[in-house]
Design a protein around this ligand. Sequence first.
Ligand code: AMP
Length: 391
Amino acid sequence: MSHVLTLNAGSSSLKFGLFATTETDPNEMCAGLVDRIGSDDGTIKLKDAEGAVLAQTGPQPIANHAEAVQSALTMIEASVPGAKVTAVGHRVVHGGVDFDAPMVVDDAVLAKLDRLSPFAPLHQPHNLAGIRAAQAAFVDAVQIACFDTAFHRNHPFVNDTFALPMRYYEKGVRRYGFHGLSYDYIAGHMADAFPDLHDGRVVVAHLGNGASMCGMRAGQSVCSTMGFSALDGLPMGTRSGQLDPGVLLYLMEQEQMSASEISDLLYKQSGLLGLSGLSNDMRRLEASGTDAAERAIAYFTFRIRHELGALAAVLGGLDAVVFTGGIGENSRRVRAEVCNGFGWMGLTFDDAANAEDATEISTAGSVVKALVIPTNEELVIARAAAAAAAA
Ligand code: AMP
């Protein structure tokens, strides 16, 4: 039996998963996290598919992503003896205009991905560091890049552009959309489990620490709340979401903020954290009960309803809304506050089903269905890696 490894490299962390490749779907054997890369107190933890801890080490120095990949590999080899990795699948945030599907990484592809780093400077360089580390660690394995943007690449022009002079569009200043691996998984799951809905008009709300929504017709992305960067659209744990561009001019001209100060403000100090002044974590906000936490949750659910209406209008109506991501899968309150605002569109919410975390949280007679579907981005990467290994 051969195996595929999935890697999701962030600025200071590396998520990894080992899958056995079978005739059907890749089968997750274990998954782990290398945390605090670049520090003296890094940690590594590996769990089996049921979540039981198989091994953990640290705190220990982990200098860079190459060391992180090596440490992950050492831990996997000790816990799953004989694992033979034939392909490594990487989550890569940006595939630019050209990449609308997973790509086997060779020198030319890597050079193209390097050139996209200015489009996602906080994520892309770390993703590529993960690829280079895996190339060194697994010289015989095929490396495959899976893009968060790819799922959205066939947007019609009006959902792909801003109203700027066209030279910026030509330079790549476009509405890319992100969270594509999650949307890909949900579309595939719906094709199997809810084929009629899949063939219709669906809005998927990926609500996690990062959050966006995607309007799909017949499983294809038509529009997304995220645009050029992963800042647009919904407010997130620490990201602002949609902002009047005049605010940026004000911050630069009147507050004399530099580009890096504004970047820090918009990516790390805004969203639920900025509004509440308390936490980026929805669980903590829901438990808090303070006015500050309540106003953050109120803005979050208001923006989701706002975007749901807009996306439904673009789709020409709505057959189903799907909740996923840490908040979408777990927050009964957020789901209820969103759905109860959509009775006018034919969505009749089922409070009892929601309280039981059922898959279907709309009533049997509801014209618009509301569903909860746990996402699985790693499986999408593992499938692409397994397909590349078999090719
Ligand atoms: P993710 O980035 O998909 O892992 O999602 C993280 C977000 O999900 C955080 O804001 C968590 O607070 C939130 N979350 C996880 N479990 C719950 C829960 N039971 N209730 C409300 N929010 C939750």
